[in-house]
Design a protein around this ligand. Structure first.
Ligand code: ADP
Length: 425
């Protein structure tokens, strides 16, 4: 029954050696790394200016056609298409690119003072980011079952950095951590308790770094009192999720044990009756794994529209009269409206609703369509403000009873800040 008592490994980490490492060095560059199963995204960020010095992407790691694309502001992209057999080779290529005489931005790897890793699943163990040590790595490994595609890749990235960067402090920033403040009534599934006790099956939620970053900025931009605030964040991208944030803490979120639950997404179904899995498996002679692959990769607006998972394509097609594209958009909007409405009810009110991510930041028609279902809350959208792009905005009118904002998300910057805070603590 150890799982009923929450244990935060971050409290147990002794990071004295880490503090020593950066104490005398006022300047600090943070390498932010996001490892997928065959990819590695990175940014090198100056912690004082918060400028991105360089960023890039390693694709097709371990697969034919490997490619590193390295971008430095004001310079031409550097592309290296030599084979990367594993993530260690990819990290080495990233470090080489960063110190290269032509396209590099630092003189030596020693100018990277800390590494911040995005880690998908921290289960119930991590309520916050944490300096990585052997115990933390063990817990990330223990969570492989919960994040089978991402956690192994995240750990490989961490170990590759350890092997190549010696004692440079490394921090893990978990996609699940921000949602760990949810109350039990929000995160428990109504299934036999033994599955929670034995396998930790419950709602976890994802996109936590984005929900945390955006909800904090919302409180500042909307001028709310953090300790008396009710915010709903709509992270609408290819993957989409909504969170309810009361007094700065997450109280509910739409994704679940995995990112499949909740909203209709680009290729994910979101909520369906679980019996659908059995029904398709039986009728089509498929395994449960195969059906889940369909629900994750071949469903969502892609399946409803039979056209595309990209909302720009769907908007264009719907404008030209494509009825299935219209249906996909309407179903997406309807699900978002239902979640927002349920979170207004869960918090007994709302002060601000914020849009972020690819669709949330760029699709003004979508924002307007979603908000038109909340006229009963006294929400009014300022069409001129709503038409702007690329900046933090309040898009509701001055007399709107609830504020509506657009806050561009920046998960890399959030990971950089978390890393700096822990390393300098
Ligand atoms: P991911 O979950 O992969 O990070 P994004 O947050 O990048 O996804 O969101 C991708 C979605 O955002 C796509 O459906 C795309 O249509 C939409 N989107 C991205 N940029 C724009 C844009 N400039 N204008 C309209 N839609 C956009």
């Amino acid at each position: 029954m150890f799982f009923r008592k929450k244990k935060n490994v971050s409290e147990e980490v002794n990071n004295e050696t880490v503090k020593e490492a950066v104490k005398e060095n006022n300047k600090m560059n943070v390498l932010v790394i996001n490892c997928g199963s065959s990819s590695l995204k990175y940014q090198l960020i100056d912690k004082d200016t918060e400028q991105v010095l360089a960023k890039g992407l390693c694709e097709r790691i371990g697969i034919e056609g490997s490619c590193l694309t390295h971008k430095v502001p004001g310079k031409e992209d550097y592309v290296d298409q030599s084979f990367m057999e594993d993530h260690k080779v990819a990290v080495q290529k990233v470090l080489d690119a960063l110190v290269d005489a032509d396209h590099g931005v630092i003189a030596s790897v020693n100018e990277i003072n800390a590494v911040g890793h995005r880690v998908l699943h921290g289960s119930v163990f991590f309520t916050d980011s944490v300096v990585i040590n052997d115990e933390v790595k063990k817990v990330i490994r223990d969570c492989f079952d919960l994040g089978p595609l991402h956690n192994p890749a995240n750990l490989i990235g961490i170990e590759a950095c350890e092997a190549l960067m010696g004692d440079t402090p490394q921090v893990a920033v978990f996609d699940t951590a921000f949602h760990q403040t949810m109350p039990e009534k929000a995160y428990m599934y109504a299934i036999p308790r033994e599955y929670y006790d034995k396998y930790h099956i419950r709602k976890y939620g994802f996109h936590g770094t984005s929900h945390s970053f955006v909800s904090k900025r919302t409180i500042e931009v909307a001028g709310l009192d953090k300790d008396n605030s009710k915010v709903i964040v709509c992270h609408l991208g290819n993957g989409s999720s909504i969170s309810a944030v009361q007094n700065g803490k997450c109280v509910d979120t739409s994704m679940g044990l995995t990112p499949l639950e909740g909203l209709i997404m680009g290729t994910r179904s979101g909520d369906v009756d679980a019996a659908v899995v059995q029904y398709i498996a039986n009728k089509e002679n498929k395994t449960v794994d195969e059906v889940l692959n369909i629900l994750n990769k071949k469903s969502g607006v892609l399946a409803l529209s039979q056209l595309s998972s990209d909302f720009r394509d769907l908007d264009n097609a719907a404008d030209e009269g494509n009825e299935l594209a219209r249906l996909a958009l309407d179903a997406f909007i309807y699900r978002v409206v239902k979640y927002v409405g349920s979170y207004v009810a869960a918090m007994n009110g709302v002060d601000c609703i914020t849009f972020t991510a690819g669709i949330g930041e760029n699709n003004s028609r979508m924002r307007k369509a979603i908000m038109s279902s909340f006229e009963y809350l006294g929400i009014k959208i300022d069409d001129e403000a709503n038409a702007k792009r690329g900046e933090e905005l309040i898009i509701s009118t001055a007399d709107s009873k609830v504020k509506v904002c657009v806050i561009p998300t920046n998960e890399e910057l959030a990971i950089c800040r978390e890393t700096v805070a822990l390393v300098n603590a």
